[in-house]
Write a protein that binds this ligand. Structure first.
Ligand SMILES: Nc1nc2c(ncn2[C@@H]2O[C@H](COP(=O)(O)OP(=O)(O)OP(=O)(O)O)[C@@H](O)[C@H]2O)c(=O)[nH]1
Ligand SMILES: [Mg+2]
Length: 302
């Protein structure tokens, strides 16, 4: 990373737009990048309400300013939208990057070498869409189809710092380094571990680490707290509940998902709700955005 950082002219920090305040490892970023320009990309913004964007933007800018980190810009990306402009991959995005790099050039006169091109480094916690962004930039700005770097729905898909991936030729050559989710999510002032659970809900921490049932329990708590009751029908309930076991038991009936177990007292084979895949189904429904465009950090927005 150190070697890559020395050759980097601009950092693209990627984070999940559903959790703009949770899990960003800003102190580590601050230490690693020193004076390099940072552009924050809030990805997966298709999953939050567009109305919240200006508020999130201004609050984050202020927060970063307070801790002495200058952000060049904050951009909302929907990297899987079919239309490139709608996805956030406009000419303006490229211009923002080039302007940031140029400012760096003025600061460090001989730092740039036009022949070798400019290097960008994509950083962020796992599963926020770093590889997707690189592939999309290459696709839009270099007009290359296919994937140069691997994408996956689970945390930890990218395993090593890869080769430079070219993403643009004109007006300058731009290269990107993909990184694995090397930044661990960071939690400060998180006494109830809510930020931690929100990160888990967004898949930035492997589900296996926390356990799917526990993540489902937090999702149920969060939906109830915000009076969002679409889950009632989805889980086959008749009314809201705070009890995840009750919720998943109803879901077991609806989806006919039971597993056999031997009752040692009676010696009879019985059926039990198969909680794990049911919890996964419930979490999956949230992750697809089917309970609405939900901003998990909404209570922290003033
Ligand atoms: N809804 C939505 N999903 C996205 C978006 N961008 C990426 N994804 C999905 O998020 C998942 C993770 O994407 P990756 O690009 O592999 O994420 P990463 O940050 O490179 O992950 P690691 O390499 O594991 O750290 C994949 O299932 C993507 O399809 C987006 O803008 N919106
Ligand atoms: Mg990746």
């Amino acid at each position: 990373m150190g070697k890559v950082l020395r050759q980097t002219h601009c950092i693209l920090e990627v984070h999940d737009a559903r959790i703009p305040f949770s899990g960003r490892n800003i102190n580590l970023i601050k230490r690693l990048v020193s004076n390099k320009p940072i552009i924050l990309l809030l990805n997966k913004s298709d999953l939050i309400s567009a109305d919240l964007r200006p508020l999130i933007r201004s609050q984050l800018m202020n927060k970063m300013h307070e801790i002495g980190v200058h952000l060049e810009d904050i951009l909302f990306m929907d990297s899987i939208a079919a239309n490139a402009k709608q996805a956030g991959y406009s000419h303006q995005f490229l211009t923002t990057i080039l302007q940031s790099v140029e400012r760096m050039m003025i600061d460090e006169a001989n730092f740039m070498n036009e022949e070798k091109g400019h290097n960008l480094l994509v950083m962020g916690i796992p599963n926020v869409g770093k590889s997707t962004i690189i592939n999309r930039m290459r696709n839009v700005y270099l007009n290359k189809a296919g994937k140069a770097t691997i994408v996956g729905s689970k945390a930890g898909v990218t395993k090593a710092v890869l080769e430079r991936i070219k993403i643009c030729d004109h007006p300058h050559k731009l290269y990107l380094f993909d990184t694995p989710g090397i930044l661990q999510p960071s939690f400060e002032n998180d006494p109830n571990q809510e930020q931690f659970m929100r990160c888990a809900l967004c898949g930035t921490i492997s589900d296996e680490v926390i356990g799917k049932e526990l993540i489902a329990d937090y999702l149920l708590y969060w939906l109830n707290k915000h009076q969002l009751f679409d889950y009632v029908e989805f889980l086959g309930l008749t009314s809201p509940t705070n009890d995840i076991n009750e919720a998943l038991t109803h879901a077991a009936i609806k989806f006919n998902q039971f597993r056999p177990f031997l009752n040692l007292e009676t010696g009879v084979q019985e059926q039990k709700p198969n909680y794990k895949p049911l919890a996964e189904k419930f979490i999956g429904e949230f992750r697809k955005g089917n309970f609405g465009r939900l901003s998990l950090d909404i209570d922290e927005l003033k």
